[in-house]
Design a protein around this ligand. Structure first.
Ligand SMILES: Nc1nc2c(ncn2[C@@H]2O[C@H](COP(=O)(O)OP(=O)(O)OP(=O)(O)O)[C@@H](O)[C@H]2O)c(=O)[nH]1
Ligand SMILES: [Mg+2]
Length: 179
């Protein structure tokens, strides 16, 4: 039985904890704590260490799902959580002030991991803010000489998150398929 690990990252409120909760086949482990700072204006709780869930694939294969904290003050967890991972899902919140800057920041922060593995990008909250468009993200990425999959994703929707996960797995190994 093969076991793989993928990591979800992105800014505060992008939907990492929600996404893992949506697709995990076991009750996820969360480390949400009451938000005490600027995060509080957006939502009541924030991840302080990690999220963890499991997605079962065909043939008994398992994908272990790890979510990072979004807050930069917990960024010591980022390197710890990527060890042994096969790819990164970057979630971006389209309602934030400058989602392109968020994208550059996280691509840069995880640059070493991404260059060894693969990345797929999910843009959340597009129902609340339709701009920038997915096409705008593609243009930004072209300028960075990158070609990851970019999807509009509602982290609350299992299907959306699952499609993004499949796109990531496909970019790593077209042989891995979701069950
Ligand atoms: N309207 C809307 N809400 C969404 C969408 N995706 C996620 N959400 C909501 O946005 C919030 C995301 O919160 P979390 O999942 O805690 O975000 P996080 O990325 O884990 O944040 P930190 O742990 O603080 O870094 C939740 O309240 C979700 O229900 C979307 O596409 N549209
Ligand atoms: Mg979280």
């Amino acid at each position: 039985m093969s076991q793989y690990k993928i990591i979800f990252t992105g800014p505060v409120g992008a939907g990492k904890t929600t996404a893992i909760t949506s697709i995990s086949d076991v009750p996820p482990v969360k480390t949400d704590a009451a938000a005490s700072d600027m995060t509080k204006n957006r939502k009541a709780a924030t991840t302080v260490a990690m999220d963890y869930g499991i997605m079962n694939l065909e043939d008994g294969e398992k994908i272990h799902l790890y979510g990072t904290p979004g807050q930069e003050r917990f960024n010591f967890m980022w390197d710890i959580l990527t060890v042994g991972g096969i790819g990164l899902i970057l979630l971006l919140d389209n309602t934030r002030a400058d989602p392109f800057q968020d994208m550059r920041f996280f691509l840069d922060s995880f640059n070493g991991f991404i260059s060894d593995t693969s990345v797929a990008i999910g843009v959340t909250q597009m129902d609340l803010s339709s701009k920038p468009t997915i096409e705008d993200y593609h243009r930004q990425l072209q300028a960075l000489d990158l070609k990851p999959a970019v999807f509009s994703v509602d982290a609350r929707e299992k299907n959306d998150v699952s499609l993004l996960g499949q796109a990531l797995l496909f970019s790593i190994d077209p042989g891995i398929e979701e069950g």
